[in-house]
Ligand binder design. Structure first.
Ligand code: SF4
Length: 405
């Protein structure tokens, strides 16, 4: 429901949805917009040309546009993040006070859920925000990464860490030993996540089974863990379950296994292909061969589960570029991708201290510049062929620096 009005000569719009409250206050240049979940957590804000997104861990990602098409981003932690929350709260508090004493003229009355949304947002002050972030750290091991379409999932850490942990371009789980949770322990985790989210659960779509490689768990151990998810959540109402399958050595699941997972509510598997070139995968120390990824995707698709395949742009620099493009095209064309699937292009992000940076230096690799990485994406896209009837997968960028949970 949308309630429009005027406050201090400025148009205001209040959107009350079943999952969030959004307040928009017109300004001289641009509107200021604030969204909250129904536990009172700030979710998104747009202030003075900068968009903000708060994660459940209390960090806020700020993004803004530079002249031209470029975008900049920065993570705000601690007091910086609390400052944005306080700025939003002040504006929302002033508007709510004006609504209650009639200084803001609304066309129609604010529904009860709207009043509740305002009150929850105003009660979520700095102390509540710090306590919430502390509770996040009790409930979760830090959530390292998610596919971009899963940032609003309910993450359940069925495993911790990555069973491989060898890839030189990935630091997400380096300090976290891999382990599979026991069913009772996992159910307690699922319950504590539900309690932590509280009324904010309504904002969440889908269930993501973490960490890096939940589907590496052997079937006899995996199925009881999925049963535990169903005991705590209405999986269907939440839009099903999603997970990564990363690294393709070790025990492999067959079509019947994936059919059982499909019946249990698994909707999409995100496959970290990175490259179709076996030499490049070896250089990256990514386990498995491109053929393993093809077989895995065929089995997953045959079971009626969608995939999200991730390609790493810029990996191996100029030296591997031609082979990376050629073999990635061949590998993707050997996968039965269709319009239910997603193809993500993720740029290699090289930070100091990354093992990849050392290996690349020792191998004398020349990195690809941003426009060369964009050209690499275009070259791969140009080589892809999809069936006329099955349609093409959705293709999109995956910027790991924009991850927020
Ligand atoms: S398999 Fe995936 S999560 Fe594990 S180290 Fe490699 S890229 Fe990282």
């Amino acid at each position: 429901m949308m309630v429009l009005g005027v406050w201090e000569s400025r148009p205001v719009a209040i959107s009350v949805k079943p999952n969030c409250l959004t307040v928009s206050i017109d300004g001289p240049k641009e509107a200021r917009v604030f969204s909250y979940d129904f536990a009172g957590r700030l979710w998104t804000a747009f202030l003075d040309g900068v968009s903000y997104r708060r994660g459940l861990d209390g960090k806020i990602l700020a993004k803004w546009r530079l002249p031209g098409d470029a975008r900049e981003r920065r993570s705000l932690l601690g007091d910086e993040a609390l400052h944005i929350e306080a700025t939003a709260r002040r504006e929302v508090e002033a508007l709510y006070a004006a609504i209650r004493d009639g200084r803001a003229a609304l066309k129609g009355s604010l529904p009860e859920a709207g009043h509740r949304g305002f009150q929850q947002a105003l009660a979520f002050d700095a102390d509540a925000s710090k306590a919430d972030a502390a509770r996040y750290r009790q409930v979760y091991k830090p959530v390292g990464i998610l596919p971009p379409d899963q940032y609003m999932a309910v993450v359940l850490q069925l495993t911790e860490g990555c069973s491989f942990n060898t890839c030189t371009f990935c630091t997400f789980y380096k300090d976290r030993p891999f382990r599979i949770k026991r069913p009772d322990e996992f159910k307690a985790h699922a319950l504590s996540v539900r309690d932590f989210l509280g009324d904010g659960l309504s904002l969440r779509r889908t269930i993501f089974l973490g960490d890096a490689n939940a589907l590496v768990v052997p079937m006899p151990r995996l199925m009881p863990l999925l049963d535990a998810v169903h005991e705590v959540y209405d999986v269907e109402a939440l839009g099903g379950m999603y997970a990564f399958l990363d690294g393709f050595s070790g025990e492999k699941k067959n079509v019947d296994d994936y059919r059982a997972l499909r019946a249990a509510g698994l909707e999409r598997v995100y496959v970290g292909l990175e490259s179709g070139n076996a030499d490049l995968l070896r250089f990256l120390r990514k386990p498995g061969e491109p053929d393993d990824a093809i077989h895995a995707v065929r089995a997953i698709k045959e079971a009626g589960i969608a995939v999200g395949v991730i390609v790493l742009l810029g990996a191996g620099g100029h030296e591997y570029a031609a082979a990376h493009v050629r073999d990635t095209i061949a590998t993707l064309n050997a996968m039965p991708l269709d319009l239910n699937d997603i193809l993500y292009f993720s740029e290699l992000v090289v930070s100091e201290g990354l093992e990849y940076a050392q290996d690349a230096y020792q191998a004398g690799l020349k990195p690809l510049a941003a426009d060369e990485r964009a050209a690499q994406e275009e070259a791969i896209r140009d080589g892809l062929r999809f069936g006329d009837e099955s349609g093409a997968p959705h293709m999109s960028r995956y910027d790991i620096r924009e991850f927020v949970y």
